[in-house]
Ligand binder design. Structure first.
Ligand code: S3P
Length: 184
């Protein structure tokens, strides 16, 4: 018997300030499906991320992040949207987990100056944001790995409407059924 295609798990990756959480929220709303924000879920179980970095160091945080990702992936309904923290896709073990669960990985790409301005605008405490030059270096180091994602979308506009339309179209191509209505 022909197998029914499984609805996708849309995973948003990208640097801090790329808009993963915000775009993820809008996208899930548009698609009428659940959103899982990995960092928020980690916070519910383990407490705030700045505290985790302080108590366990970055490597301790990465271990929790990997373990948490591994435990939620098999339980996420399909379709759903999953927003990852900016460093999660850097870990090969996390990329393997995503591949094992047939996730559709989407890189939200924005230039350094754009993410830097957004990072400065949000009141979020981000332990890896210390000085500008280190942040720029991290951005440059990470971008080639983000580009390994199956899909890359320009996330530089401050109004996410156009990006959302493109993401909804991708979701529809991947088999998510949406009701036709005016977009944002
Ligand atoms: C991190 C990004 C953060 C958070 C943690 C580490 C990173 O998430 O996971 O502070 O390594 O880039 P956002 O990308 O949502 O800011």
């Amino acid at each position: 018997m022909p197998q029914k295609p499984i609805a996708p798990l849309l995973v948003l990756i990208g640097f801090m300030g790329a808009g993963k959480s915000t775009v993820g929220r809008f996208l899930a709303h548009e698609l009428g499906c659940p959103l899982m924000d990995l960092d928020i879920d980690i916070t519910h179980t383990h407490g705030g991320i700045p505290d985790l970095f302080e108590k366990r160091g970055e490597s301790g945080f990465r271990a929790i992040e990997h373990h948490h990702l591994g435990s939620i992936l098999p339980r996420l309904p399909r379709p759903s949207v999953l927003a990852l923290g900016g460093g999660a896709f850097m870990q090969a073990a996390n990329r393997e987990l995503l591949a094992k669960h047939a996730a559709t990985v989407i890189f939200l790409d924005a230039p350094f100056e754009v993410v830097r301005a957004r990072i400065a605008d949000t009141g979020h405490q981000r332990p890896l944001v210390r000085d500008l030059e280190r942040l720029r270096k991290l951005f440059e180091q990470r971008r080639p790995t983000y580009l390994m994602a199956e899909h890359t979308f320009d996330a530089s506009e401050s109004d996410p409407a156009g990006l959302l339309t493109s993401l909804v179209q991708l979701a529809e191509r991947l088999g998510v059924v949406t009701t036709a209505r005016d977009r944002l």
